[in-house]
Design a protein around this ligand. Structure first.
Ligand SMILES: NC(=O)c1ccc[n+]([C@@H]2O[C@H](COP(=O)([O-])OP(=O)(O)OC[C@H]3O[C@@H](n4cnc5c(N)ncnc54)[C@H](O)[C@@H]3O)[C@@H](O)[C@H]2O)c1
Length: 326
């Protein structure tokens, strides 16, 4: 098989492309480089520069590389930006997916893996979020992921494409420092940025109904996430039919305060966090049930939160030492 990995020069996409290539899969990456970094990919992985919205380009890529499966990660992913620019998010995330599915169906592709998100659930009031927990996204970004899942399943049924939707929880860490996330949109890089500017980390609300009063999240190491993609791709390659939608998390909650303690230990900067008011829309707790992934993909996360923080910190130091060029 040859897998087309869209968004392959991105933070997660580069980890997925490398893990699949190292496991012996043939892969080709497509990326418009709007936030991707080409040198995250080794030279052995071909990188096509272009957009998932460009149907003619996709047609050529499917033909020239004899693509037989797709892993679709290319998307805009910032919640706040999606509130400010909802039409752009629908056009790029849902429109790009529709164009890609049409090209895939026309090329006779029979396997499709879609990068979804825990954002599809919104803020459910449950201990563990299962795949049956009702979806109620709270942002246009989350809506595009849920609409994307519907589209993937509908097109899969019509065109005989077997599909998997992976709902990632909070992705963190790096398999190597040069592969670290370059964005500052998640809590770990946000704290690193504060420390780098000689500022105390912030906690938004410490009066939630959680053990230490701070929000609880399920963090997943990006290297584990890449292995989940490989497991899902192998399931599809082995002839799975129909559709599967599955959470990708560790099934364990970590509070913001616990995370900050770990960051202090790893960075050596143990200054006391400042507590600020709650942010609107933050759920007290969002932790995955990881049972379905274990059953259907025979996959479970192996790396703990300390490994995520340590590897993210190494990436941050490399990036801020002035030696890495984007
Ligand atoms: N990072 C997270 O915590 C997280 C959580 C849940 C889901 N996701 C999803 O995972 C996927 C990858 O996220 P990431 O964190 O690696 O982000 P990223 O921004 O690093 O990667 C996205 C990549 O897609 C490329 N891209 C964007 N739009 C494109 C288009 N129309 N055509 C071609 N390339 C395009 C970008 O240049 C970038 O390289 C996204 O679909 C995102 O919604 C991420």
């Amino acid at each position: 098989m040859t897998w087309l990995i869209t968004g392959g020069a991105g933070y997660i996409g580069a980890h997925v492309a490398r893990a699949m290539a190292e496991a012996g899969e043939r892969v080709v990456a497509l990326d418009d480089l709007s936030s991707g970094v080409p040198n995250r990919l080794p030279e052995s992985i071909p990188l096509v520069r272009g957009s998932s919205l460009d149907g003619d380009l996709l047609k050529r890529v499917f033909a020239e590389h004899a693509v037989t499966g797709v892993v679709h990660l290319a998307a805009r992913k910032q919640v706040g930006e999606s509130v400010a620019e909802p039409t752009r998010y629908y056009r790029e995330n849902v429109g790009g997916l529709a164009t890609l599915l049409e090209a895939a169906a026309a090329a006779g592709v029979e396997r499709f893996l879609f990068s979804s998100s825990a954002a599809v659930y919104g803020n459910p009031d449950v201990d563990l979020i299962t795949e049956d927990t009702p979806c109620a996204p709270m942002s246009p970004y989350g809506e595009t992921k849920l609409a994307g899942e519907w589209l993937v399943r509908a097109a899969g049924r019509t065109h005989g494409i077997a599909t998997v939707c992976l709902r990632y929880f909070n992705v963190a860490g790096a398999a190597a420092p040069e592969l670290a996330d370059t964005g500052v949109f998640n809590v770990i890089p946000m704290v690193f940025e504060r420390l780098t500017h000689d500022e105390a980390p912030r906690i938004f609300g410490d009066d939630y109904p959680t053990p230490d009063g701070t929000c609880v999240r399920d963090y997943i190491h990006v290297a584990d996430l890449a292995e989940a993609h490989l497991a899902a791709a192998r399931r599809l390659a082995d002839g799975a039919t129909g559709d599967l939608t599955v959470n990708i998390g560790r099934g364990e909650g970590v509070s913001v305060r616990e995370l900050l303690t770990l960051i202090g230990e790893v960075s050596g900067d143990t200054r006391e966090p400042v507590v600020e008011p709650r942010r609107p829309g933050d759920a007290p707790r969002a932790v995955a049930s990881a049972a379905l992934a274990a059953k259907e993909l025979n996959w479970s996360a192996r790396r703990d939160v300390r490994e995520m923080v340590e590897s993210a910190w190494e990436g941050w130091l490399l990036r801020h030492s002035g030696t890495q060029a984007d």
